[in-house]
Design a protein around this ligand. Structure first.
Ligand code: NAD
Length: 359
């Protein structure tokens, strides 16, 4: 069937399932040997794309040649598909958000431990260039110590697709895009969360959120504003971060952006008052040219292996997962806390997921 070392079946051959199939075509180690989808039209699409379509999920589990199941279905069925695969002694790659509730992930983690199979979540945006650039600026204190992070994605097309509009399959933007932005934030900021405040948006009239804003405070004193919108006809920058020595901005995924840093120890003219509306201001006047330097964003060379390579390294016992289940669990608990904070319209101060035991 294949001469690649690992045979992989994609369960859920929709948007993301077929995207994985495309990406894996060039992968030397992971071979897509088939797919399973419970919709006839998606089974036909799989066959047209050249992949065997299994007639049932049971047939996937019963196939001893299958080493890995990759789950790309709506979110509510990730758990049952994952647990069945682990019990059938398959490794599992699972799309984000891994589950809707943190206790479901805990259950999966226990089964993975008992069956000695790997369960790895596809938090692919840890590899995004915009995020890695901000992480580089953060880690290397290129604008001083970063004390405020604004991370946003804003669209104008409403909630996409069908199931994403519904609560039961795990729709809504907090679970959909929020999970990426929160995962990036917690991967970068190594500090306990001391408070969470949030509001969710329901302006489109769906039963799930069409966007949200959350403000997260860390024990190290830094704050983050994370925002997802689907009703923004004018977009704010993807990243806006402030450090003790400057500010950095990344406009969008085209990587347009810059860093502006303060020139310490240089004599410069105090800013002159400017006319601002019906008044004068010195506070908001632009700094003199000598006071600041503008530089390009740093180039980032990937230092981590790719997601798929890491899956293989983990299976072969050569590496730790880059996306650790304890981290994914912490993000899911944060999402639950955000829902709670928004519903109660309260700041939640008892977020304690940082103490999650790694499994
Ligand atoms: P989709 O609706 O395009 O595809 C889902 C497919 O799963 C459909 O073809 C559907 O028929 C099938 N399906 C549903 N229940 C099934 C079951 N029980 N068994 C087998 N097949 C089943 O959705 P999508 O946009 O591809 O999203 C799928 C998953 O991928 C979601 O978890 C989503 O959050 C995730 N996703 C991740 C990214 C990313 O960047 N990591 C991007 C998009 C989607």
């Amino acid at each position: 069937m294949t001469n690649k070392p690992y045979n992989l079946v994609i369960v859920g051959y929709g948007g993301m399932g077929s995207y994985h199939a495309k990406l894996l075509k060039e992968n030397p180690t992971l071979c897509v040997v088939g797919t399973f989808d419970n919709l006839e039209e998606r089974r036909t699409a799989s066959t047209v794309d050249g992949y065997k379509s299994y007639e049932s999920y049971f047939a996937v589990l019963a196939d001893h040649d299958v080493d890995i199941v990759l789950i790309a279905t709506p979110n509510d069925v990730h758990k049952e598909i994952a647990i069945a695969a682990l019990n059938a002694k398959k490794h599992v790659i699972c799309e984000k958000p891994v589950t809707i509730y943190s206790e479901d992930l805990e259950e999966i983690m226990k089964v993975a431990e008992a069956t000695e199979r790997n369960f790895i979540v596809h938090q692919n945006r840890r590899w995004d260039k915009d995020f890695l650039t901000i992480k580089e600026i953060y880690d290397k204190t290129m604008i001083g110590n970063i004390f405020h992070i604004e991370s946003r994605v804003q669209g104008a097309n409403g909630i996409p697709g069908d199931w994403r509009h519904l609560k039961a399959p795990g729709g809504g933007m907090l679970l959909d895009w929020g999970v990426h932005l929160l995962d990036q934030l917690l991967f970068m900021v190594d500090s306990k969360i001391t408070s969470v405040y949030a509001n969710l948006s329901y302006v489109l009239g769906d039963e799930v959120d069409d966007g949200f804003q959350t403000i997260i405070t860390f024990e190290n004193g830094s704050t983050a504003l994370i925002e997802v919108g689907t009703t923004n006809f004018i977009q704010l920058p993807r990243w806006y971060v402030k450090g003790t020595a400057g500010t950095a901005v990344i406009k969008d995924w085209s990587m347009e952006g810059r860093m502006v840093t303060q020139n310490f120890g240089v004599d410069f003219e105090a800013p002159k008052p400017i006319q601002a509306g019906q008044g004068l201001t010195k506070t908001m006047a632009p700094p003199s040219e000598a006071a600041v330097s503008t530089s390009n964003l740093p180039g980032v060379a990937p230092t981590m292996e790719s997601f798929y390579d890491n899956v293989v390294s983990v299976i072969e016992g050569r590496a730790e997962p880059i996306v650790k289940n304890a981290e994914v669990l912490r993000v899911l608990r944060l999402i639950e806390t955000i829902f709670k904070a928004a519903e109660a319209n309260e700041v939640i101060r008892d977020f304690d997921a940082y103490k999650v035991d790694p499994i």
